[in-house]
Design a protein around this ligand. Structure first.
Ligand SMILES: *Cc1c(COP(=O)(O)O)cnc(C)c1O
Length: 385
């Protein structure tokens, strides 16, 4: 049996261990320490965000952003439906209700028109019985493709609602050179095991408001007031990144741009293959970058409508790959279809449902070898040619 090919697996640079060794040699085996400060500084430089707090997870970053925006029980928060559950769960941690919004076809992310309809429904009182302005809007840059931030921000500003950008999958992606994570009041990043860079687990909160990031750091370290004893006037969290984990992040940042180029190369190779199938009567779609957009191509994704592809479905392709020990995965199942969010308000025309039905993520790691790529394309050829 051949070794398994994963969708996206950790790809170390080699210098992670140097940063960790330094932490051991100086006995900084704690949350906080020089690697945490260094990682935050380097994240700020890389993204262009003026302030960054390194945290234990991307989910923790979303949670803190909602707390800092004073999201409370009974509040409404607009959230992209087509995403991973970690985008929406922190809304519920705060006792608030998500209002889910569908995607648009150019980026597969939050549809600005449906978003405005959702805001108006909140304001009209048709959702809760009392008119209520949403407390925040959470768009997501899925698979690395930036959402339509210009349009989203313009509508958000019109209604005075802050934006939390979920850039967990989009570190390195940009619109006209401006990095994802820097368009909203807050941006959040994830360094979980399968993301474009990983610290084994971790996240960050970005903002151009230094006092909010200072507050995030305070809340993330158990909200200790300044006193010689343990004194608390707020409920705190244990959400800080450790100095060891931050050392891994510093090593990973060194290779981020290189790894992004490798992922973009994977995408191009898949795209050339699927384009070549058009002359054979297939029509498999991949998402193009709108003008000025750059995707880190975290995952290469395809859409297969069986009616236009001789009956081949995303699921039948996934099963063939699986029989060759190659991992592929359906696109995210929209939140408004998830049992746990049954009955939650949703606005849109159902594009995200079609994406879930016909979509598949292909192996996209920056560490795919020639031999592994050969195995993947052999399977594709066996299915389509
Ligand atoms: C991974 C991910 C998160 C959560 O990040 P963690 O670091 O795993 O907590 C949130 N949103 C999206 C879109 C993600 O892909």
């Amino acid at each position: 049996m051949s070794t398994k090919i994963f969708l996206s697996s950790p790809h170390m640079s080699g210098s992670e261990q140097r940063y960790i060794r330094e932490a051991f040699e100086t006995n900084w085996i704690a949350p906080l320490g020089p690697n945490v400060n260094g990682f935050e500084q380097e994240l700020q430089e890389y993204t262009g965000a003026p302030f960054a707090a390194a945290l234990s997870a991307g989910t923790a970053a979303i949670h803190l952003a909602l707390i800092l925006l004073d999201v409370k029980p009974g509040d409404l928060v607009i959230c992209q439906s087509f995403t991973f559950s970690a985008t929406a769960n922190p809304i519920v941690y705060q006792g608030a209700t998500p209002v889910f919004v569908d995607s648009e076809p150019d980026t597969w992310n939050m549809d600005p028109a449906s978003m405005e309809t959702a805001i108006q429904a909140c304001l009209s009182g048709s959702l809760t019985g009392t008119p209520k302005a949403p407390k925040a809007i959470i768009p997501v840059h899925l698979y690395g493709m930036p959402a339509k931030m210009q349009q989203i921000n313009a509508i958000a500003e019109k209604y005075g609602i802050p934006v939390i950008e979920d850039a967990a999958e989009a570190l390195g992606s940009s619109i006209h050179g401006k990095k994802c994570g820097t368009f909203g009041k807050f941006g959040i990043l994830s360094f979980n095991g399968n993301k474009i860079i990983t610290t084994s687990g971790g996240g960050a909160l970005l903002s151009d408001d230094g006092s909010l990031i200072e507050k995030a750091r305070f809340l993330a370290t158990q909200a200790r007031d300044s006193a010689p004893h343990y004194q608390h006037s707020h409920i705190g969290y244990n959400y800080r990144m450790s100095n060891i984990v931050a050392g891994i992040g510093r090593g990973q940042l060194e290779v981020l741009d290189g790894h992004m180029e490798l992922r973009r190369k994977n995408f191009k190779r898949y795209k050339a293959f699927f384009e070549s199938l058009q002359s054979k009567g297939y029509s498999i779609e991949m998402l193009n970058e709108p003008e000025g957009y750059k995707s880190n191509r975290w995952l290469s994704t395809i859409l297969i409508e069986p009616e236009h592809n001789k009956g081949i479905t995303a699921e039948s392709l996934r099963i063939v790959f699986e029989s060759h020990s190659i991992e592929t995965r359906p696109l995210w199942k929209p939140m408004h279809l998830q049992p746990v969010f049954e009955g939650t308000p949703y606005f849109g025309s159902g594009l995200s449902e079609t994406l879930f039905k016909n979509g598949l993520c292909l192996p996209s790691g920056s560490n795919l070898t020639q031999e592994e790529a050969g195995r993947i394309f052999n399977v594709l050829e066996s299915v389509f040619i």
